[in-house]
Design a protein around this ligand. Structure first.
Ligand code: GLV
Length: 329
């Protein structure tokens, strides 16, 4: 019998043709709300579920049988409780590499939109106002990439080789300087403060874990140049949104390009500090990885993980809760 896999409707629609053309598995679209998703899993006796970026805290982990699998359609797995999953005997996988180009391109495009004020020009044109103003070139500007993994390295390559920016890298993990220079990093730094002070643009590429919560704090933002911009395409909780609002509205930094938020869909943490009211902020609704190409690749990677899972071919799986291997073979 073909295994049944529940997939949240949003993710199913993003790569319907890939899911539908898979003969080895049957994908059932389901509501993304946890209790409804858990109902669908139980009613189909499914042992596998594919999830988006949403947070899952309760019923999901008991709805799946021991030995089941939770597959992130994407990379960041902060929405999945790995401890609970492991305790329930569930594998958790993601799709590394599948969305690097999309997210990196989105970060660069946010940067370009800010430098050339494209959203303001567009909105002026739409209201019949002809208001040319001066922007900045990216060429020669300092870009600080925080988090030099695959996505951060792609950003570095495009910025350096495409736009001639000087890219500085910072990571808490040890980095190979020779390797980094191949990706266009001009310099890797150990002092984050120095990097922040030099940067004209800062792009964030770190995961959301307890240690990175409000990584971009008021103190961080106060160190930035008043002409600098910050771009976040990783996760909302790594930036203190209220501090970001304060620093931009008081003109202490030039602006921000933000794709990810503490609350998604976006609801300001403090209604008086609504980022949507700031003209020099470009906002997008968590679409960094939302391209046709990346979604197809993510679905293909989900299928690869599922096939390997049902064949118990653990080496071929992108398991993020490795401890599960001590419990289940
Ligand atoms: C998207 O943000 C992802 O982590 O997959």
């Amino acid at each position: 019998m073909v295994p049944i896999v529940c997939v949240t409707l949003k993710e199913y629609q993003k790569a319907k043709s890939v899911f539908d053309s898979c003969k080895e598995l049957k994908f059932i679209p389901a509501d993304l709300q946890e209790h409804l998703l858990a109902e669908t899993i139980k009613s189909h006796k499914a042992s596998a579920v594919v999830l988006g970026v949403d947070q899952y805290k309760d019923e999901l982990y008991t709805a799946l049988p021991k030995g089941g699998i939770i597959l992130r359609f994407g990379v960041g797995h902060d929405g999945v409780d790995k401890k609970k999953a492991t305790e329930a005997g569930l594998f958790v996988t993601n799709t590394p590499g599948a969305l690097d180009d999309s997210v990196a391109e989105h970060a660069i495009l946010l940067m370009g939109s800010l430098a050339r004020q494209i959203p303001q020009h567009y909105s002026n044109m739409r209201s019949s106002q002809w208001q040319p103003s001066l922007g900045y070139e990216l060429r020669g500007k300092n870009l600080l990439v925080i988090g030099c993994g695959k996505i951060g390295s792609k950003v570095a390559s495009i910025a350096s080789f495409g736009f001639g920016m000087k890219v500085i890298g910072y990571d808490t993990q040890p980095l190979n300087h020779k390797e980094a220079s191949r990706f266009g990093f001009a310099q890797l730094i150990e002092s984050l403060d120095e990097g922040i002070k030099q940067a004209d643009f800062i792009s964030l590429h770190i995961p959301s874990i307890p240690a990175t919560r409000k990584f971009v704090s008021l103190k961080f933002l106060q160190m930035m140049k008043s002409s600098a911009y910050i771009i976040n395409t990783s996760r909302g909780p790594i930036v203190d949104e209220n501090a970001l609002y304060d620093i931009i509205s008081s003109g202490k930094i030039a602006g921000a390009g933000i794709d990810v938020f503490e609350n998604e869909p976006y609801v300001p943490i403090n209604t008086l500090k609504d980022l949507r009211n700031l003209p020099n902020v470009v906002l997008t609704p968590h679409v960094g990885s939302s391209t046709i190409e990346a979604c197809d690749r993510m679905a293909e990677c989900v299928i690869k993980n599922l096939v390997a899972h049902f064949q118990k071919n653990r080496e071929q799986m992108d398991i993020v809760n490795k401890e599960i291997l001590k419990v289940i073979k």
